[in-house]
Design a protein. Structure first.
Length: 78
């Protein structure tokens, strides 16, 4: 489940929940699109490796979902 966006100060731009934090493309996340928390999403069947998750900038961890393209081009190693 996504966390609420953290409070942003005047010098920062909060991460966009609907964009992949790695490539900046739409992530097709059901929750980011405003669907109910129990709405199925493609990511529930995906495997996210520790190496892939480590590439997500700290400010976007738990806030913005990785897109299917980035998941598919980075095969799981763990």
């Amino acid at each position: 489940m996504l966390k609420p966006l953290p409070h942003a100060d005047a010098t920062s731009t909060p991460p966009c929940q609907s964009l992949c934090p790695l490539c900046g493309q739409a992530n097709a996340c059901a929750q980011a699109a405003g669907c109910a928390a129990d709405t199925p999403c493609w990511c529930q069947e995906a495997t996210f490796s520790a190496a892939l998750l480590a590439r997500v900038p700290q400010a976007q961890r738990g806030v913005a979902c990785i897109c299917a393209n980035c998941v598919n081009i980075t095969p799981p190693k763990d």
